[in-house]
Ligand binder design. Structure first.
Ligand SMILES: Cc1cc2nc3c(=O)[nH]c(=O)nc-3n(C[C@H](O)[C@H](O)[C@H](O)COP(=O)(O)OP(=O)(O)OC[C@H]3O[C@@H](n4cnc5c(N)ncnc54)[C@H](O)[C@@H]3O)c2cc1C
Length: 231
């Protein structure tokens, strides 16, 4: 499954695990829990209750026996936030080895109209720009990125190393990485990054991750969303 995010980004599912001996999605979580009694997976008609019990009572380690690897294309400022989640493993494109793609995140007019510095939340944005002002800001941002790109390409053409030429690149430059985590830690990531207090752009990525988690781990995801509704 691959989901488009923002103007040039995506989240793509690469690999998932947690099938256990039963070879059924999420059964590995139950099998891990049953290690205490040396029991096996008994089928979802019986074991959904156990899954819900563990989730509700925060018996979380069995949820570490399922997991997911994704590939993400996102602006560098998103990766700055994302990489704070230390319980995921990462490998990212290197701008020392590879020329960066000519891809910059330019916010939509709607996002820019809601992009005034918030008067209430020091970390946030609020409505306030007219459509005409937003269009002007968008045009200006595109030109600034174009100028940065021109400088980058000029330095490379002159023979400057990639590791130095990248210094003029802004943080809305797209990069690419793979991220791997167990299900427990994906849910922790989603809890923080789906929250309205998280920046709009990383929330769009969290929504895509949530859709993938829902498709692969529907039972655990429904417990997670049920839990969120009860917050
Ligand atoms: C809305 C929002 C605003 C933010 N603003 C800022 C900001 O202004 N400045 C800033 O620097 N960061 C900011 N952050 C990042 C935030 O502080 C966390 O670094 C980030 O959300 C990762 O969370 P985490 O540490 O729980 O995740 P992970 O690193 O994945 O850790 C998961 C859990 O493992 C445990 N753990 C991991 N490492 C340790 C450790 N070394 N010691 C003890 N327990 C550990 C903790 O229980 C932790 O919750 C912000 C995050 C959000 C969501």
């Amino acid at each position: 499954m691959e989901l488009k995010v923002l103007d040039h980004g995506y989240v793509r599912a690469i690999e998932d695990w947690g099938y256990g001996d039963a070879k059924i999605a999420e059964a590995g979580i139950i099998e891990a829990a049953r290690q205490s009694t040396q029991g096996a997976f008994r089928g979802w008609d019986k074991d959904m209750k156990l899954l819900a019990f563990m989730y509700e009572h925060r018996h979380e380690s069995p949820f570490e026996f399922a997991g997911l690897i994704i590939e993400v294309q996102a602006p560098i400022f998103i990766f700055r936030e994302w990489h704070r989640h230390r319980t995921q493993s990462y490998n990212e494109m290197s701008a020392r080895y590879t020329e960066l793609p000519d891809l910059f995140y330019i916010p939509s007019i709607e996002r820019l109209m809601a992009g005034k510095q918030s008067s209430k939340n020091k970390q946030g944005s609020e409505e306030g720009f007219t459509e005409a002002q937003a269009a002007k800001l968008q045009e200006d941002m595109t030109a600034a990125c174009g100028y940065a790109r021109l400088a980058y390409e000029w330095y490379l053409k002159e023979g400057m190393s990639r590791e130095l030429a990248r210094l003029v690149i802004p943080v809305n430059q797209y990069s690419r990485m793979r991220a791997s985590a167990n299900l427990r830690n994906w849910l922790a990531f989603l809890s923080l990054r789906l929250d309205p207090s998280a920046q709009y752009e990383i929330r769009q990525y969290a929504e895509a991750v949530s859709t993938i988690v829902e498709s692969l781990f529907p039972r655990t995801h429904s417990l997670f969303t049920g839990d969120k509704k009860n917050d």
